[in-house]
Design a protein around this ligand. Structure first.
Ligand code: HPA
Ligand code: ZN
Length: 345
């Protein structure tokens, strides 16, 4: 691994961009760029509360998670037809390919759409068509994870699961997103138990704004396989030990954390502590159209602000992303071999 010696900043950034990587925490509705929001609004005859792309983008100044979610759900209101879901995901895959993402697991929020009268089939078929096309035309492996909105009830989550079951083969797992505070994981204990019985993978957002207790309960009550965000684990040494011992992956989203004011600045980010503790941390973009960048922008912003992160950490983060994925072991091994070649060249 010759590149794991000290590199100057341009060489390190080039390596961060060139290395193959997996993205495990991307809300596909959060990849809707303002230009596409306006194009879809025009196509579908939807009236937006903003006059221009620039005015919409100017509204992207968030003080916390909720202030973002309000505008994120408004942006998703332009998605009505199967082609809209396809076009949104396809635009993401083109950006992912440019960042050398070779595997992506996409979150989607069906309740945001079914509440507006859009059919579950429209959402899932549009996204799946883009995933199939990404594999065929871009060589990107992609799968879908259905998220329940935690500000809604567990009964609503059960109804959503029921509506999605005819398409069971088209998504690999379920997650839990939206407003974290006041909506702890245990609110969804029964629906997650049902999802596990169905053989679905299970993940949950926890410890983004919520306390370490939410991470404990995501692990012990929901029995999740990965924690999305999870950065607040550093407040609880016993929890860090547990995450390390069980090698529970954390899908960390650096630009999101700064945009949503989890950290005042990137130099305060917990990533160096997470890696030093031996956790299986990964880098992801969360909602790249809203937070200022896709995968490589996240890596570069993180490494620029934290000079203690170098080529060794870049390798670890990319390797973790493959290990933490739900892709078959043979695919993971192939991607790790490509990563090794990238670092030995
Ligand atoms: N946190 C919680 N819910 C979300 C997010 C997030 O960062 N993005 C989209 N839904
Ligand atoms: Zn998220």
């Amino acid at each position: 691994m010759s590149k794991v010696q000290a590199l100057d900043r341009p060489a390190l950034n080039a390596l961060l961009c060139a290395m193959p990587k997996a993205e495990l925490h991307i809300h596909i509705e959060g990849s809707l760029e303002p230009e596409l929001i306006f194009a879809l609004a025009h196509r579908n005859g939807v009236t937006l509360a903003y006059d221009s792309v620039e005015a919409l983008r100017a509204a992207y100044a968030f003080s916390d998670l909720q202030s973002f979610l309000d505008i994120y759900y408004a942006g998703a209101s332009v998605l009505l037809q199967e082609a809209d879901f396809h076009d949104m995901a396809w635009a993401y895959f083109l950006r992912a390919q440019a960042d050398n993402v070779v595997h992506a697991e996409l979150f989607f929020d069906p309740q945001t759409h079914t509440e507006r009268g859009v059919d579950m089939a429209t959402v899932i078929h549009g996204l799946k068509r883009a995933c199939d096309r990404a594999r065929a035309e871009l060589g990107i492996s992609a799968s879908l994870i259905l998220c329940f909105l935690r500000h809604l009830s567990e009964d609503a989550a059960f109804e959503t699961l029921e509506a999605a079951l005819p398409y069971r083969e088209l998504f690999i797992g379920v997650g839990l997103d939206s407003s974290e505070r006041g909506h702890p994981p245990e609110k969804f204990a029964r629906v997650f138990a049902r999802c596990r019985e169905l053989g679905l993978h299970v993940v949950a957002h926890a410890g983004e704004e919520g306390p370490p207790e939410y991470i404990w309960n995501a692990l012990d009550v929901l029995k999740v396989e990965r924690i999305d965000h999870g950065v607040r684990c550093v407040e609880d040494p016993a929890l860090v030990q547990r995450l390390a011992a069980d090698r529970v992956p954390l899908t960390v989203c650096p630009l999101s954390n700064v945009k949503l004011c989890v950290y005042g600045q990137m130099s305060q980010h917990a990533m160096p502590a997470l890696l030093a503790a031996g956790l299986c941390a990964t880098v992801n973009s969360d909602d790249p159209a809203y937070f200022g960048g896709y995968m490589n922008a996240n890596f570069i912003a993180l490494f620029d602000a934290l000079p203690q992160l170098g080529a060794a950490e870049a390798y670890t983060l990319a390797r973790n992303s493959f290990e933490a994925s739900f892709a078959p072991a043979a695919d993971q091994a192939r991607w790790v071999a490509a990563l090794d070649r990238c670092f030995s060249g």
